[in-house]
Design a protein around this ligand. Structure first.
Ligand code: AMP
Length: 335
């Protein structure tokens, strides 16, 4: 994740919740199903803003949210891209394995250009998925729990891994890289409070993981619902309603059928429906808020967790780069 500051519900439903599930998943014999690694993509954030003044603070804020939501640093090293130099090194090699035409076809890039009204693109932004491929493959990631917008990037990562393996074989390992699979959830694209685009900080349509109940309700109040339901008793259409899409994630099955019936018959007004939705979101966020306070009061602990994660990441990334150089016969080559 890029350190864009406090995380929002889209990060949570699209990625973070899934990360934690993978982190804690056990096999029948009690061992862990996955070794998980979580990366703060601070170099990636330069693709859309050159202002680095808030980068460190945003990284710590984001890590605090991760820890509050259940990332366990004992199980999953957490680290910044900028502090493990092998990311830049592998990115350079990978940038030789993909054409600019392929990167220009990336639908996520096209969407960003449209949503942010961008009239020009820096070279590094075009290469965003190439750096992401390095982020994933340095740790030999084979499963990547991401939101829907990142699926094209995982596809590019697969192509780069395939291209590398087809050109370079390691004398002992054969293929150096796996071809990773994306792992998405049902809520891999959460729409923002404006009801138009995905929830995103840059579009200002978010509910934050750190928002308390009053803030959640305040943000929910003006949210767009079914535009044909003008008066309280007008029948509504849950399938086109943004608030109902949040209910699908945050409300129980029993509540969902009551809400759907009430909306369709006109018995349930949008204000009451929003109140219920806000309350359910807040009750899911309550334990995260509480754990967040614990870490906010211990900033040195959060920094120590980050530094320890970075040490672990450097060891893994250094080993992979050694294999890459051996496969490519770059540097010292034994006879
Ligand atoms: P980013 O902030 O772009 O680095 O995104 C971090 C992760 O959160 C990625 O896996 C995204 O796919 C996911 N994500 C961000 N916004 C949303 C959203 N509105 N809905 C679902 N997933 C999201």
């Amino acid at each position: 994740m890029r350190p864009t500051g406090m995380l929002h519900l889209g990060h949570y439903t699209g990625a973070l919740e899934n990360w934690i599930t993978q982190q804690n998943l056990l096999l029948p014999d009690g061992s862990r199903a996955y070794q998980t690694c979580f990366l703060i993509a601070d170099y990636h954030s330069l693709t859309t803003s050159l202002d680095t003044s808030g980068l460190y603070g945003h990284s710590i804020d984001m890590l605090t949210d991760w820890l509050a939501a259940g990332v366990d640093p004992e199980k999953s090293p957490v680290f910044r891209q900028s502090q493990v130099k092998e990311h830049a090194e592998l990115f350079l090699i990978f940038s030789m394995l993909i054409t600019t035409a392929r990167l220009e076809r990336n639908p996520t890039l096209k969407e960003q250009v449209r949503d942010l009204n961008m009239d020009s693109l820096v070279y590094g932004h075009l290469g965003y998925p190439v750096l992401q491929a390095a982020d994933i493959l340095l740790y030999k990631g084979d499963v990547v729990p991401v939101g829907e917008d990142q699926i094209p990037h995982v596809e590019i990562t697969r192509e780069i891994a395939r291209k590398f393996n087809s050109h370079y074989q390691h004398p002992q390992l054969g293929d150096v890289f796996p071809e990773p699979e994306p792992k998405i959830t049902k809520f891999a694209r959460l729409v923002g409070l404006d009801g138009k685009a995905k929830m995103s900080k840059s579009l200002g349509n978010t509910i934050l993981l750190s928002d308390g109940p009053d803030e959640v309700m305040k943000k929910m109040r003006p949210a767009v619902t079914d535009t044909q339901k003008v008066r309280r008793n007008d029948p509504g259409r849950p399938e086109v309603c943004l608030v109902y899409s949040y209910h699908q994630k945050f409300s129980s099955i029993e509540q969902l059928s009551t809400i759907e019936e009430g909306c369709r018959s006109g018995a349930l007004g949008c204000v009451d429906c929003k109140k219920m939705c806000a309350a359910n979101i807040s009750s899911e966020l309550a334990p995260i808020l509480e754990k967040r306070r614990y870490y906010e009061e211990r900033p040195d602990l959060v920094k120590a967790i980050l530094h320890e994660g970075e040490q672990k990441a450097r060891t893994i990334a250094g080993e992979t780069m050694r294999e890459v150089r051996e496969a490519m016969k770059i540097g010292e080559v034994s006879a």
